[in-house]
Design a protein around this ligand. Sequence first.
Ligand SMILES: [Zn+2]
Ligand SMILES: [Zn+2]
Length: 136
Amino acid sequence: MRASSVDHIILETLEHNHDHLTAQQIYERICERLPAVNQSTVYRALERMATAGKVSISDMGLGAAVYEMIGGERHHHLVCQNCGQTLNISDEIVSNFFHQLEAENHFQMVTNHLVLFGYCETCQKGKATQKTKEST
Ligand SMILES: [Zn+2]
Ligand SMILES: [Zn+2]
C-alpha cells in the first residue's frame, strides 16, 4: 500500500463527511473501502497531514483528538461542555485577534482551528434552574 493512496482516501473521507472525526472513526470509514489498511498507517498518515497543514487537529472535548480537512474558509468553534453542541465562528474575529497577538508578542500563530469551551444558551438556562452556591 502506497502512503499517498492512503492520504488520498483520508482526505476524501474527511471531505465527504465534512465534519470532525477522530482517528478511530476515520480508520473505521477507511476500512470500508480499504479492508487491508492497518490502524497505524492511518494514524501516521493523519499526523503527517496535520504537520503538512492539510488537516487540522483539535481537542473538542471528546476525549480524543479530532481531525478535519482544511479547505477554503478557515473556521473555528465554540463547544458546549455540557451537551457537546458545536457552533461555528467565522475566521474574521479570530484572525484579528491572532494578528494582534502576533504583533504584540512577535509570535507566529500556527493554530488554524480554534476551539473554545463553554456552555450553550440551552445549557445556561438549564444551569440557571439548578441551585447555585456562588452568586453570579
Ligand atoms: Zn471545525
Ligand atoms: Zn449545551
